[in-house]
Design a protein. Structure first.
Length: 1172
């Protein structure tokens, strides 16, 4: 099978070559250096080489194909080939043959032989297979004349093609084109030329030339333009400037894409091409023709047929300055819109989309829009549309809005805008239309807090509607109500409110939080908010403002009343005792926030003292004074502010101790023998601290004991270094002795030669006189010598006892005589003492004289039987006694009380003071100015120990305080509440906060202690520049016309008053009042006298004391129950003594606590108080 493809080598007009194959014998080596020589137009000589040793025996066969396969053999390494065609390239196979292979026929190439290409130059190249002249019109180049000559060449042989007669070109060697084209330019149209074509080898060998006669074509037509291009036809015109162009006809070739549409001939220089497709690019080629001549060079042009007109051309939207257009087109690539109106110049805009918005138009103007579809530069038939821009409503302003009304204004700048009718479309919680002849409108009947979408458009008289404009307006929300402030704490509180608008679910609320210094806002989506970050103890106001769903439109604010946060507690405080003082020093740092002061409570058991302290802005120090010594107090400090006070900050504080109170009674000393004594004494009061020890001090001198005597002992006494020494020291467990005990609890024998501490209890000297004192210690230290260090000890001394003389030694005879004389002296002394007591008792107050007082004096030891007897049969005996007292004193004159001017000064008409004992004030302007419903009342020591008066009336307040000042009163005992069972029993005659003026008297309260059964208040009373303290004891547990629940309450209360009275000048009376000043007042005064009587006389006379009181003021001890209660008090006191309970005050913890914690004023003329 041949290795060539015939269809690739043999083509029309292409000469066919063959293959050459040598005859070889036994595997000869391949030939080499094959080349040709003596090449002619139809013949060629081929030579080669072979270097085998047997080359002389070889035969060579050449295979040549020329319209088939030709074989030639040669014994030489050269073959002459004849009868070839000129100008063709052939392939030759040369096969060397050896021996018997030389006669065998060798077929065509198997693909393994080496092929040798041969090019044989033609001696007569012949005419070109095709020659044409073509001119293509391009925008860049002018028309040129081309002459095309086609020849065949080889890739291995360089062929030079001669241009004109003298110019030749050479194609590139790596190309093997089958056609050779030569363009000859610069020729004249319609002219005959002779063209000669030479074939040429690479070495310059030329073949025989071929000559032909060629006429140049006529001039190409010049296509001027295409006119009247429509969707289906194109009109062409052209020109030809040849002199003989009038004899021409023209052929037009119509092409589009790769297809030829048709050919048509025309005699004129214009043509109409019909039957075309729209929006298609066509190529039109025009050939000039003349009878008997070749066609001239063509000229061509390209043109698009017009696109189809658009469809569905419409206006999509209209505004004041814009109009939207849309259309449909299937074969256009772009669109031109011509915009015209009657004033401005037309303008064009081009788009590539099928919808546009024409902008920058004038409101209220009619425009014509002409739409041209385009493809390339070709436009199709247009379509027109005419429309008018709208008259705009703009700048809609909300000029007023409330919960149910919206007021609007807008603008329209059209000249005729005042003639327009304006439509308002309102869409909110409903939908409705409104119209207005003006550029404003008021919408009413709306819902609070609701959004309304309001659209406004103008309408011209021809019912043309202008462009609308819209706005969304919220009505104002209704104001909130029912604001509550809850969960108030130190730095936060909760606000809650209500709003019943239908739109309230979309509301937000702005809460403005203000105080005197700051303001801030918070928001909430619900009708409540927890406000944090507040300042403690600070007053805040809150404004709650509802906001509509736009978070901008606000309703009317609602402001709460001021609300205070809870005061912050003290961060901490601490207390320190004051050495040897019944006081504490409190220190604290100010709490955060604002405070108006502090409430300090000092508590011990049931006793409580409340004091108000000023506000602080820096660390504070406060002294708490007038406390008890060595007492543990619970102190709480509560911060106060404009709101709720803070939780109290509490600490426990212990006051210091000091010297024990000095007893007023000396010890009881009796002689035991000629060299010893027995000393009995009661325990010291432990109010200044627990008593730790006692020391017995003896002296043979005079004077009072002093602390320096603690340094001396029996040995010093014997050495005559001191006449006073410590003979005995008793160390005991610290305790609080009874404040009222008269029992002799301790008994010491002096002179028994015992040793305690560093002190020796040596024997005494017979016939010597000794006085004894007891030293009580709340604190003591011993020196190294075992002696008491006086400077480090807290000690007090009893007075020295009366001198006790020791008897002579029993061995001395005169001892008995001395004893008799001494006994006689004692009898005389006792008798004189009794006589002196009785004389003193009845010698005072001679100015108040009464008839003989009846009495029923009963010994204390006999009172039990008396009490039980009188108590029998439902207190029958007491009832009889009380019945006898009803008329006592009633006939005494009461002239002053019955005067017309004084009747309004009496609270009750049946309780009028007797003239004989009434208290007389100074006369100021009128003779009756001296009257006040009050009487002097006898006590145990004086006829004027007490003043009994009624509860002051509003018109007697000045008189009451004038009596306090003129009679030098330091104590007031009040036994009623101001209001009892809905009735006023006594005017509140004292100031509570600020000082009050009562005439010329100014009264200010300095302290108040409130207890369950009574209250104690301290005041300062001043007249001009002088003043003195006053304490009010207000007993609040005594019902009107009744008696206290238990006797111990009143007894303890009496001791409280009594203890304070002892600190005051003895001539100052105690002012006692209830409502009328007779029932409860008489009972209290009677108890005071009875206790003194039992203590000093060991007798009881309830009847006689009440009799005496009624002689000074009517109705004293007003009821039988009160009379029985007096007897019950006496019996309870006696029983308590029998039960070894040293005093009834121990029966009541409250009274004991008060007594221990309330130290009375000792300095007159100065303001008394508990806090300094």
């Amino acid at each position: 099978t041949p290795i060539w493809k015939k269809e690739e080598l043999v083509k029309p007009g292409v000469p066919v070559c063959g293959w050459i194959s040598p005859f070889l014998f036994w595997e000869p080596s391949p030939v080499f250096d094959v080349h040709h020589m003596n090449v002619g137009p139809t013949e060629v000589s081929v030579v080669w080489r072979n270097s085998d040793s047997a080359v002389s025996m070889y035969q060579y066969r050449m295979f040549i194909e020329e319209n088939g396969i030709a074989n030639q053999t040669s014994p030489n390494m050269q073959i002459n080939i004849t009868d070839l065609k000129h100008g063709f390239q052939c392939w030759a196979i040369i096969v060397p043959l050896e021996g018997n292979e030389a006669n065998e026929n060798i077929g065509p190439s198997t693909g393994e032989e080496e092929l040798y290409p041969l090019l044989f130059p033609s001696s007569n190249p012949g005419l070109p297979t095709q020659m044409s002249f073509m001119r293509c019109l391009t925008p860049e180049l002018k028309p040129v004349f081309d002459m095309s000559v086609t020849v065949t060449n080889s890739t291995d042989v360089n062929v030079t093609c001669q241009k004109d007669v003298s110019t030749s070109v050479t194609p590139e060697g790596d190309q093997a084109p089958q056609l050779t084209r030569v363009n000859v330019v610069g020729l004249k149209p319609s002219t005959q030329y002779t063209a000669t074509i030479f074939s040429q080898e690479a070495n310059g060998t030329e073949g025989n030339p071929v000559t032909t006669e060629i006429w140049t074509s006529k001039s190409d037509p010049h296509l001027e333009r295409t006119v009247n291009v429509t969707a289906s036809e194109v009109s062409l015109t052209w020109e030809n400037k040849d002199n003989s162009s009038s004899a021409y006809s023209y052929r037009i070739l119509v092409e589009f894409g790769n297809e030829t549409s048709f050919n048509a001939s025309y005699n004129l220089r214009r043509a109409v091409i019909t039957g075309l497709n729209s929006s298609t690019l066509y190529k039109f080629t025009v050939y000039p023709q003349r009878q008997g001549f070749p066609e001239g060079l063509p000229n061509c042009t390209e043109a698009y047929t017009a696109p189809q007109p658009v469809s569905d051309f419409q206006v999509t939207n209209i505004s004041t300055t814009e109009i939207g257009l849309a259309w449909t087109s299937s074969d256009s690539t772009s669109f031109r819109i011509l915009i015209t109106e009657h004033i401005s110049s037309p303008r064009n805009e081009t788009f590539k989309t099928e919808s546009v918005v024409i902008r920058e138009l004038e409101p209220g103007t009619t425009y014509t829009f002409e739409l041209f579809p385009q493809i390339g530069t070709t436009e199709g038939a247009s379509k027109r549309i005419r429309t008018t821009t709208s008259n705009a409503v703009f700048d809609i302003q909300v000029v007023g809005v409330n919960t149910t009304t919206i007021e609007l204004e807008w603008k329209n700048n059209d000249t005729a805008s005042d003639t327009y009718l304006y439509h308002l479309l309102v869409n909110g919680d409903g939908f409705w239309n409104l119209t207005s002849l003006f550029k404003n409108a008021s919408l009413t009947g709306l819902s609070p807090g609701t959004p309304y979408n309001i659209t406004i458009f103008p309408e011209v008289k021809n019912q043309t509607e202008g462009r609308s404009n819209s706005t969304v307006v919220y009505t104002r929300p209704s104001k909130v109500f029912g604001i509550e402030v809850l969960n108030v704490a130190t730095t936060e509180m909760t606000l809650r409110w209500q709003n019943q608008d239908n739109a309230s679910a979309a509301y937000t609320y702005r809460i403005c939080i203000e105080n005197n210094e700051t303001a801030r806002n918070e928001t909430s989506n619900v009708p409540s908010v927890n406000i944090t970050g507040l300042s403690p103890g600070t007053s805040y106001t809150f404004r709650v403002v509802p906001q509509a769903g736009d978070h901008f439109t606000e309703g009317e604010p609602v402001t709460t009343t001021s609300k205070c946060t809870v005061a912050a507690p003290l961060p901490s405080f601490w207390c320190e005792p004051v050495p040897k003082q019944p006081a504490l020093i409190l220190k604290w740092n100010c709490p955060p926030g604002t405070n108006t002061g502090f409430k300090m409570e000092v508590i011990h058991g049931d006793w409580r003292n409340e004091t108000h302290l000023p506000a602080c802005h820096s660390p504070s120090v406060t002294n708490v004074t007038l406390l008890n010594y060595a007492t543990l107090y619970n102190i709480s400090v509560t911060t106060q502010s404009c709101g709720n006070e803070s939780i109290p900050r509490e600490e426990s504080c212990l006051t210091d101790i000091t010297d024990p109170p000095e007893p007023v009674e000396p010890p009881n000393v009796i002689s035991v023998s000629h060299n010893s004594l027995k000393v009995k004494f009661s325990g010291f009061k432990a109010t200044n601290g627990p008593i730790k020890a006692y020391a017995v001090i003896l002296t043979t001198g005079e004077g009072n004991p002093h602390k320096n005597v603690l340094n001396y002992s029996y040995e010093d006494f014997k050495k005559k270094e001191s006449n006073t020494y410590v003979t005995y020291f008793i160390e005991i467990e610290g305790n609080r002795a009874s404040v009222l005990s008269d029992d002799l609890k301790y008994e010491v024998e002096v002179g028994n030669e015992s040793t305690t501490g560093g002190y020796f209890n040596g024997r005494l000297e017979p016939l010597s006189s000794y006085r004894t004192s007891i030293a009580g210690f709340t604190k003591f230290n011993f020196s190294k010598q075992g002696r008491i260090e006086e400077e480090e000890s807290y000690v007090s001394f009893t007075p020295f006892s009366n001198a006790v003389s020791l008897p002579q030694d029993p061995g001395v005879i005169c001892g008995a005589v001395f004893g008799c004389i001494f006994g006689a002296l004692v009898v005389v002394a006792v008798g004189g003492f009794i006589f002196w007591r009785r004389k003193r008792k009845y010698a005072k107050n001679n100015e108040v004289s009464f008839s003989q007082i009846k009495s029923k004096l009963i010994k204390v030891e006999n009172f039990e039987s008396y009490f039980k007897k009188q108590q029998a049969d439902s207190n029958c005996g007491f009832a009889e006694e009380y019945e006898d007292l009803k008329l006592v004193g009633v006939n005494q004159p009461k002239y002053a009380a019955e005067m017309t001017e004084n009747r309004g000064k009496n609270r009750y008409n049946n309780v009028l003071p007797y003239d004989i004992s009434r208290v007389k004030l100074s006369i100021q302007n009128h003779m009756t100015d001296d009257y006040i419903n009050a009487n002097y009342m006898p006590g145990y020591h004086s006829k004027k120990d007490f003043i009994a008066t009624q509860g002051p009336l509003p018109n007697t307040l000045d008189d009451f305080w004038r009596m306090v000042w003129e009679k030098n009163i330091y104590s007031i005992v009040m036994l009623t509440k101001c209001v009892e069972q809905g009735r006023t029993k006594c005017e509140e005659y004292w100031p509570s906060k600020q000082a009050q003026h009562y005439g010329e008297i100014t009264v200010a309260m300095t302290s108040e202690i409130v207890l369950p059964e009574w209250t104690i208040r301290d005041f300062t009373v001043k007249n001009t520049n002088e003043g003195h303290p006053l304490r009010q004891f207000h007993f609040t547990s005594w019902p009107d016309h009744g008696v206290p629940e238990t006797t111990d309450l009143l007894i303890n209360f009496r001791y409280l008053v009594h203890d304070f009275k002892k600190q005051n000048p003895p001539e100052c009376p105690v002012l006692v009042h209830c409502s009328a000043g007779v029932g409860r007042t008489g009972t209290f005064i009677a108890i005071d006298r009875l206790i003194y009587q039992m203590e000093n006389e060991n007798n009881v006379d309830v009847y006689g004391i009440v009799y005496d009181l009624r002689m000074h003021r009517p109705l004293m001890v007003q009821t039988e129950d009160q009379y029985v209660f007096l007897n019950q008090c006496v019996w309870d006191i006696i029983k308590s003594q029998k039960d070894s309970k040293t005093d009834l005050i121990y029966q009541n913890t409250t009274a004991m606590t008060i007594y221990e914690n309330l130290t009375p004023v000792t300095t007159f003329g100065k303001t008394n108080g508990f806090i300094a």
